[in-house]
Design a protein around this ligand. Structure first.
Ligand code: ATP
Length: 348
């Protein structure tokens, strides 16, 4: 656990970057620091590994003040990932990843074997080991950055806007990859971003900071979206806060109809019917004209109400198709069922 206990950072020119910040980043969880430019996110992060020292208050790592630990020892247990990866341009990928093991004096063979293992872990082709950073895409370099931070298996990972220099599609896949890795590794992660969607997707807890380095709210994403502490947080969360809240509303219990599906060649009185293949997969909506129209699916009970609503908007019938994990149709959520679920979500 990382504890900020009334931490203040005043730079020599008098700028107060962080002001009496108190918060806890629990072990094995992702704590996200989010807020507008200049609110003290990077300063806060760098005080954890003592790249910057606090002016007042203290930061504790599992109860031990970091101030009492010499920086090299401290950083051995803390991986650090920055924007644009910060790889060494003249070192091969494998040696970039093995940087910390080399520094720790591991023998070369063992360090490189560990680097190869991590290369695969972060979803990169082992054939990339012998390349140089400039021969990789931005997203691939970011993955190498994550692999390098994990090389010595530190319990703590600090990530400073690690995915903000890549395009939105790559960014989404890097976020998914991080969540997948974290499910296996259970690191204590402090993640800095200015993007509230990224914060909500990745954070077990999200700390919203305001300029001047003061904590506006610390909450899990669901609570943040449903109960913003004040106007600043509400505004920072943005206009579609209500819609985004639906990603935390389960589709379990959503009422499904099973009378709106039929096999190919079947007949129906309904305005729209979903045609289903022999093995139970959706083929398309029909209104009787013979043409099959597009449909949207969501995995029943696993995907959120946001996905169910999105699926409905992709169908001319306005209904969304509930499927199981294998993609077989379980039923159809009609407009009335979606409406009821939305009304319930609005109350809650
Ligand atoms: N070395 C420094 N000397 C003086 N002021 C500084 C120094 N470093 C940062 N600051 C100021 O401290 C405040 C917080 O900066 P910090 O980089 O921590 O913010 P941030 O939230 O990470 O911002 P961004 O999202 O723009 O990266 C800003 O007002 C910044 O100008």
């Amino acid at each position: 656990m990382i504890t900020f206990d009334a931490v203040t950072k005043r730079y020599p020119d008098g700028t107060v970057a962080v002001d009496h910040l108190s918060l806890e980043a629990p072990t094995g969880e992702i704590t996200v620091l989010v807020g507008p430019s200049g609110c003290g996110k990077t300063t806060s992060l760098r005080m954890i590994n003592r790249m910057i020292d606090a002016s007042e208050g203290q930061i504790l790592l599992d109860g031990v003040p970091v101030q009492g630990i010499d920086p090299p020892t401290l950083r051995r247990g803390i991986g650090y990932v920055i924007q644009q990866a910060g790889l060494f341009p003249h070192r091969k990928i494998v040696d970039n990843i093995a940087t910390v093991p080399f520094l720790l004096g591991w023998d070369k063979k063992k360090a490189r074997a560990r680097a190869m293992e991590l290369l695969e872990r972060v979803g990169l082709d082992p054939a990339m080991a012998g390349r140089y950073p400039f021969q990789l895409s931005g997203g691939q370099q970011q993955r190498v950055g994550v692999a390098r931070a994990l090389a010595a298996d530190p319990p703590v990972l600090l990530m400073d806007e690690p995915f903000s220099a890549v395009d939105p599609v790559v960014r989404t896949s890097l976020q998914d990859e991080l969540l997948r890795l974290q499910a296996e590794l259970n690191k204590t992660i402090v993640f800095v971003t200015h993007d509230i969607d990224e914060a909500i997707k990745l954070g077990d807890r999200v700390a919203v900071l305001r300029v001047g380095g003061r904590l506006a709210q610390l909450a899990d994403p669901k609570t943040l979206l449903s109960e913003p502490a004040d106007d600043f947080v509400r505004e920072f969360l943005g206009r579609d806060r209500g819609i985004r809240r639906l990603q935390f509303v389960s589709t379990e219990g959503l009422r499904l109809r099973t009378d709106l599906t039929m096999r190919e060649g079947g007949e129906s009185e309904e305005p729209w019917t979903l045609v289903v293949s022999e093995d139970g997969r959706p083929l398309g909506w029909t209104s009787g004209s013979g043409e099959l129209e597009p449909y949207g699916t969501f995995v029943y009970g696993r995907d959120s109400m946001r996905s169910a609503l999105d699926a409905a908007l992709l169908s001319p019938s306005g209904c969304s198709v509930a499927v199981d994990e294998e993609g077989r149709v379980v039923g159809v959520a009609g407009r009335q069922a979606l409406d009821e679920a939305l009304a319930e979500a609005a109350d809650g």
